[in-house]
Design a binder for this molecule. Structure first.
Ligand code: INI
Length: 158
């Protein structure tokens, strides 16, 4: 029997892309800083000149799947992290944006074979979003951890 699982001890070999939405950037920037903190503490070079990390900015969460697809197809990355925030109270088309972002990201991930972490906060209010982006907990940190695990797991499988 083989046990196949991701590891957190050899992250310095992972090639990572972050795709991040500018919409609600008060929140997405906080998710990004939590994410970078976790990556850095796991030995990943997060400097401006890092050869293992690229960050792509898109207008909103709706655009996350398309840019993730382009990055996944170029074969350069072991894992992609998407970051964004869709807030129901401020968004009449909340359901459309969330549904397109989540379905699109899942589809791209399956079709390209590159794991893509769904780091889009979907909340009822700005208060809830703030709580999940740093006031109580920073989910950006968790998304980074999940990315390390999935990137490492896929390396182990292949
Ligand atoms: N994009 C978000 O990431 N969050 C939102 O809450 C949001 N709202 O409120 O509409 C949002 N809209 C922009 C959308 O993602 C696209 O960028 C836009 O429709 C252009 O395609």
């Amino acid at each position: 029997m083989a046990t196949i699982e991701g590891k957190f001890t050899n992250s310095s070999t992972l090639r990572i892309a972050i795709v991040i939405a500018r919409f609600n950037d008060l929140i997405s920037n906080k998710l990004l800083s939590g994410c970078l903190d976790c990556l850095s503490r796991h030995g990943i070079n997060v400097s401006e000149t890092s050869p293992q990390l690229d960050i792509a900015w898109v207008p909103g969460s709706f655009e996350l799947p398309m840019v993730s697809q382009s990055l996944a197809r170029n074969g350069k990355y072991d894992v992609i992290i998407t970051l964004g925030a869709v807030i129901r109270g401020d968004t009449p088309h909340f359901d459309v944006v969330v549904s397109e972002a989540s379905k699109g990201i899942a589809t791209v991930s399956r079709e390209t074979g590159v794991p893509i972490i769904f780091g889009v906060l979907t909340t009822d209010s700005m208060q809830q979003a703030l709580e999940r982006a740093g006031i109580k907990n920073n989910l950006g940190w968790s998304y980074a951890l999940q990315a390390i695990e999935m990137g490492s797991l896929m390396q182990a499988i292949s």
